[in-house]
Write a protein that binds this ligand. Structure first.
Ligand SMILES: [Fe+2]
Length: 221
């Protein structure tokens, strides 16, 4: 095996070991592409692992992206369990649900990349700040590695970007699992809502903040 291919295979193995929830995906090709999209995202960023990618630093900087997305995958799975039990005839596509939950924030390795952030921050009039938020870039990455549009849709629509379109059943579950997660973290840590935490972290003049390491965002995950 060529050296580059061996390194990529190792990386895919370590990503798989870090998020065992991917084992719930029955379709082997889909499961492989979930690992590949994260490998791609990390390779083009300055982060060396999923654990290095921030979750929502303004809410709790101790929570990394890996921990967050594993919890969202579990929450979305249990939401599907409960709804299928209590609503006869309702069925989630569990493969799409788990794949979407595990990659919904894959664009964060791009949006939160400190090198890109300092370039965007220095000259927002050039390419914006951030140039693309993680839902948009995540959908791009998902399609680039060949993930199906059902999964790319979850990347694109899990956040407020999804408010202008009709979300799929699985995207609704991931959206609420994601927002519930951060809302509960914000409440548990500060007593405030996520929106209040973000508002307090923003400057009074309404300009986008200039954090030391990561771009700030509007209150939505
Ligand atoms: Fe998220």
């Amino acid at each position: 095996m060529p050296r580059g291919a061996a390194a990529r295979a190792n990386e895919l193995r370590s990503i798989a070991a870090a998020m065992p929830e991917a084992d719930r995906i029955q379709d082997a090709d889909l499961r492989q592409k979930v690992l590949e999209v994260w490998a791609e995202a990390l390779a083009e960023s300055s982060f060396g692992s999923l654990e290095e990618v921030p979750g929502e630093p303004e809410i709790d900087p101790s929570i990394n992206q890996l921990s967050h997305q594993r919890a969202v995958a579990e929450l979305a799975w249990r939401i599907a369990d409960v709804m299928e039990e209590y609503l006869p005839g309702l069925r989630f596509d569990r493969d799409v649900l788990v794949a979407g939950a595990l990659v919904h924030d894959v664009g964060k390795a791009y949006e939160y990349d400190p090198d890109r952030a300092s370039r965007w921050r220095a000259r927002p009039q050039a390419a914006g700040y951030p140039a693309l938020r993680h839902p948009v870039y995540g959908a791009h990455l998902a399609l680039r590695v060949g993930l199906p549009e059902e999964v790319a849709h979850i990347c694109a629509a899990h956040s407020r970007e999804g408010e202008g379109i009709q979300r799929s059943l699985e995207a609704v579950a991931v959206h609420f699992a994601d927002f519930l997660y951060w809302e509960l973290v914000a409440k548990a840590r500060t007593g405030l809502s996520e929106a209040e935490v973000i508002r307090l972290a923003s400057p009074a003049d309404g300009l986008r903040a200039v954090p030391a390491r990561h771009p700030r965002r509007e209150p939505s995950s």
